[in-house]
Write a protein that binds this ligand. Structure first.
Ligand SMILES: [Zn+2]
Length: 246
């Protein structure tokens, strides 16, 4: 299928076509991303991905919007309290850009249903706040060799990594076990920063422009405004991607 940009699309994306040309824009248009989580990270990532013209965004979240989400989950609004977050996200993203396709997945992502949504994607986005689903997504990415863009936040701190299965470390190489569940503090701007960086990495990766994080974990400290890149090697004994699984 040949990809065509309409006059309206050329106008809408004019400022970024100046960066990576119509060729890059067409690559974005034919791309599919599967985002898990329409919370804080998902909000800023999805807004910029939709704005950039990613052709198809599948966004999954089984939770409902709550009042205490609204300090950071800018896809949603007070009127949408008690509505499903994936459906609320779809409404907001379609209002922003009607040239692209948004699909809302309202069921929880499990080992049984993940393939049905993720197999269609060129890139997986981890915009989660729970490690059970995060590890599921990571194992799926490694098994199917799908690139996975990880974002994680807490309080004033955030992390970002692009996992290229069999080439870079995976999330099980750096996180061991499940952290305690519970409500953790977070300032709204924290997922705003990390979700924007996820969108930045995703657009560069899909448009085939610029560089990407390679075997590096980017960490950001919002209190001191310091970014660090830490080179991480694959753990040969990793239970998910290791050559010599324990
Ligand atoms: Zn691993």
């Amino acid at each position: 299928m040949s990809i065509f940009l309409s006059a309206a699309e050329k106008e809408r994306y004019k400022r970024q076509i100046m960066l990576f040309g119509e060729k890059g824009q067409k690559r974005l248009k034919k791309s599919t991303v599967f985002m898990v989580g329409a919370g804080g990270l998902g909000s800023s990532a999805a807004l910029y991905l939709a704005g950039a013209g990613i052709g198809r965004i599948i966004i999954a979240d089984s939770d409902k919007v709550e009042l205490s989400n609204l300090n950071r989950q800018v896809l949603h609004s007070k009127k949408r309290i008690q509505k499903n977050k994936a459906l609320s996200a779809k409404t907001t993203l379609e209002a922003l850009n009607d040239n692209i396709k948004i699909e809302a997945v309202t069921e929880r992502i499990t080992g049984e249903n993940i393939d049905q949504y993720a197999r269609q994607a060129d890139l997986l986005l981890d915009c989660l706040d729970n490690f059970e689903t995060r590890f599921l997504l990571n194992s799926y990415a490694v098994e199917k060799k799908k690139p996975l863009l990880f974002g994680g936040i807490s309080g004033y701190f955030g992390q970002l990594a692009l996992i290229l299965p069999k080439k870079s470390f995976c999330l099980a190489c750096i996180f061991e076990g499940l952290p305690a569940k519970g409500i953790f503090p977070v300032l709204g701007a924290t997922p705003g920063v990390i979700g924007s960086l996820q969108a930045m990495e995703a657009v560069k990766y899909l448009a085939g422009t610029g560089g990407n994080l390679k075997s590096e974990l980017l960490t950001w400290n919002g209190l001191t405004q310091e970014f660090r890149k830490i080179v991480i090697k694959r753990d040969p004994h990793c239970v998910v991607c290791g050559k010599e699984k324990r």
